[in-house]
Design a protein. Structure first.
Lengths: 282, 82
């Protein structure tokens, strides 16, 4: 055997993993075709040869299941690389937030847990004057203004966009950082102003495999989001505390891009792979 | 578990269980089986609302066949009345 020749390939757990990944990427098409063929043949044979209605019905049931399976699209999953990139991108902003807090400024943190799903609940009790605001897109980017002191209601997004990118020690009202979804407005085909927020959230969060399902309830200027089977995690803790976890931060960026309003994440609740959050558009 | 996997799994149970029960009851009318399949399919699809490659052609086909069979059966019975 020559040097570098690994010899005959042997069966290993890696082969099983590769086969599984291949199967998942192909969706349920193969299973569907097999079920349709088997179900069709079985029902014909049962009806013509065995004259059995239950077995014919069983064959038809297999065919229905097969057609259904074949009609489902490929299962989308964020690859390990994408998850790692998303996690990593939270650390740059997290470092900026660390610097701010190390300088003695106490940043507003998200309420976590105990969310009441009634949209009007507690909104009046929450002081949003110091909450981070996802700003409407400018030059194709979403920014987040993080107040270092309570800001006046009259402060507009233009003034917030002018905020410095870091704490400069002067009497600044806040700083501007870029969230992980900063470039979301540049996604081709994403709904523009007035478009469907639900479709855009599906496009960004579900089609990319970050979560498997997202529900949105809208009441006035409050959106309640529920992301199920979230597959990304491990983001920078400081980022998650101030700007929300990865799916919620991305959702806030999408809403800011579509509605072209400021978006505040009121609260977020994590239950395993399920994230519920409330977003306020102002 | 993925939404799609749960959907397929529950649908398969909902198609299999009526078949077993009706078979045990010695039901020989295929229409009864098919009606259960249509209801099971539409209910599961409504609950899970899975993403699809194209429109829900299975649901449409099942519904069309079911309605057509129902109309045909009713018409046939009415015509047969003395």
């Amino acid at each position: 055997m020559k040097n570098g020749d690994k010899g005959p390939r042997r069966f290993s757990s890696g082969h099983v993993r590769d086969a599984w990944r291949f199967g998942v990427r192909r969706g349920y098409t193969f299973l569907g075709v097999v079920l349709v063929l088997f179900g069709g043949g079985f029902s014909v044979a049962s009806y013509s040869l065995l004259h059995s209605v239950p077995l014919t019905a069983l064959g038809i049931a297999c065919a229905i299941l097969g057609f259904t399976a074949a009609s489902l699209p490929e299962e989308m999953k964020a690859t390990d690389s994408v998850i790692a990139i998303l996690r990593g991108s939270t650390f740059a902003t997290g470092a900026v937030l660390d610097d701010v807090e190390n300088s003695g400024v106490k940043l507003s943190q998200l309420r976590k847990g105990g969310i009441l799903l009634a949209p009007e609940a507690l909104t009046s009790a929450i002081d949003i004057s110091a909450s981070p605001r996802y700003l409407p897109p400018r030059d194709g980017l979403i920014g987040v203004f993080i107040p270092v002191r309570p800001i006046a209601k009259s402060t507009g997004p233009e003034a917030m966009w002018q905020a410095p990118r870091k704490l400069d020690g002067n009497s600044q009202d806040g700083l501007l950082v870029f969230p992980i979804g900063a470039a979301i407005p540049a996604i081709p085909g994403l709904a523009t102003k007035g478009g469907s927020i639900v479709d855009s959230l599906q496009e960004v969060l579900v089609a990319s495999g970050i979560c498997s399902h997202i529900d949105v309830a809208e009441a006035g200027n409050i959106l309640i989001l529920e992301a199920r089977d979230v597959k990304v995690g491990g983001e920078n803790t400081h980022y998650a505390d101030v700007l929300g976890s990865i799916p919620v931060s991305l959702a806030a960026s999408v809403v800011a891009a579509i509605s072209e309003k400021q978006v505040i994440i009121l609260d977020e609740q994590n239950e395993g792979g399920r994230r519920v959050s409330r977003l306020l558009e102002i | 578990m993925e939404n799609q996997s749960t959907y397929i799994l529950n649908l398969s149970f909902l198609l299999l269980i009526p078949t077993i029960i009706l078979s045990a009851l010695q039901e020989s009318n295929f229409g009864v089986y098919f009606s259960f399949y249509v209801i099971s399919y539409l209910t599961t699809s409504l609950i899970y609302r899975p993403r699809r490659r194209i429109f829900d052609f299975v649901g449409v086909a099942l519904l069309v066949i079911w309605v057509f069979a129902l109309v045909y059966t009713v018409t046939f019975r009415v015509v047969q009345l003395p």
